[in-house]
Ligand binder design. Structure first.
Ligand code: HEC
Length: 84
């Protein structure tokens, strides 16, 4: 009986951690998207995230993000290339 309960608890904690992690990810993504639209569309239209690969985006974000902090650039990059 007690063993069952602790197993159940473990499962519940794991599930909560998973949900919490996903939400954090979603918040990060929204922040990156917001930044990308705010900082990267003043000179040209928004460029589709799928139009460049990770290496190319890193170069562009570095080049055009010179007025952004390292954290902001990272959030934009995460939005552009996803979390893989
Ligand atoms: C100060 C103006 C300015 C800002 C701000 C700016 N860009 Fe650009 N961007 C340009 C210009 C001008 C070009 C075209 C130059 C060229 O093609 O060589 C360009 C071209 C690009 C290209 C290549 C064109 C294409 O169709 O793929 C990418 C990618 C890009 N920018 C990404 C970004 C990103 C990401 C940001 C934000 C971090 C950003 N830009 C912010 C001026 C800007």
């Amino acid at each position: 009986m007690e063993k069952k309960l602790s197993l159940w608890l473990l499962g519940a904690i794991g599930l909560l951690a998973l949900i919490y992690g996903c939400q954090n990810m979603a918040v990060e993504m929204r922040y990156g998207k917001m930044l990308y639209h705010a900082k990267c569309s003043s000179c040209h239209n928004i460029i589709e995230p799928s139009s460049h690969d990770k290496e190319t985006w890193e170069i562009y974000v570095d080049e055009y993000g010179q007025k952004m902090t390292a954290k902001e650039k990272q959030a934009v990059l995460q939005y552009l290339v996803g979390f893989d």
